[in-house]
Design a protein around this ligand. Structure first.
Ligand SMILES: Cc1cc2nc3c(=O)[nH]c(=O)nc-3n(C[C@H](O)[C@H](O)[C@H](O)COP(=O)(O)O)c2cc1C
Length: 190
């Protein structure tokens, strides 16, 4: 599959890291666009942030990338984490950066666009922007972890969100915890 991953300046670089850690890059073509603010927040949050060599990285200012045209076929786009600023700008139809234009294209082409905001509490403006995006066909998947899998570490907690992202971009993870399926799962080997 061909996937676009956008990264913006909301807290939660670890969600991106765990997502990158769980994609098979030999099987999928992954393009990454990070905003300037995303780099700042990532530097603040994660000491050893790793982008796999196979990931194709692009500048947010570069509109000469394939996924800004509807004629180039991509399967899904996810923005993780997604700042409320980026979410709001996508809701207006802004297309002045590679990220905004790509999101606009995914919406107009009715392709899968998953936004993973991390903000609390929300203002009415945030909520209205989310409604606009839902009406336009986006999937809004807030970075809200679950705990019914009894996570033992921060990574485990983060994965409860990342596995939902993987489901929604069409790359379900074999080890994802699924409610009421755990009893049938074979024990994990090293
Ligand atoms: C340390 C730090 C943490 C931030 N956390 C969030 C956040 O969790 N959610 C959010 O919507 N914005 C957050 N912001 C604000 C965004 O980075 C800011 O709105 C920025 O303009 C977003 O730009 P971008 O969407 O182009 O990346 C944070 C900023 C900093 C410096």
């Amino acid at each position: 599959m061909k996937i676009v991953i956008g990264v913006t300046g909301a807290s939660g670089t670890i969600y991106l890291q765990r997502l990158l850690d769980q994609i098979d890059f030999t099987a999928h073509e992954v393009h990454l666009v990070m905003s300037e603010h995303a780099r700042e927040v990532a530097a603040q949050e994660t000491m050893a942030f790793r982008i796999p060599a196979r990931v194709l990285q692009h500048s947010e200012d570069d509109l000469n990338v394939p996924f800004v045209s509807g004629s180039a076929f991509f399967h899904a786009m996810v923005i993780v984490p997604c700042s409320m600023s980026t979410l709001g700008r996508i809701a207006t139809g802004a297309g002045e950066s590679a990220l905004f234009r790509a999101a606009d294209v995914f919406l107009k082409e009715r392709r899968r666009l998953v936004l993973v905001p991390r903000e609390t509490p929300w203002s009415l403006i945030h909520a209205r922007n989310v409604v606009t995006l839902l009406e336009a066909g986006a999937i809004v998947l807030p970075a809200i972890p679950s705990f019914y899998s009894n996570p033992k570490s921060v990574s485990d907690v983060v994965d409860t969100v990342v596995w939902r992202i993987l489901d929604h971009i069409g790359l379900p993870h074999a080890r994802a915890f699924r409610w009421q399926e755990e009893q049938r799962r074979p024990p994990m080997t090293a």
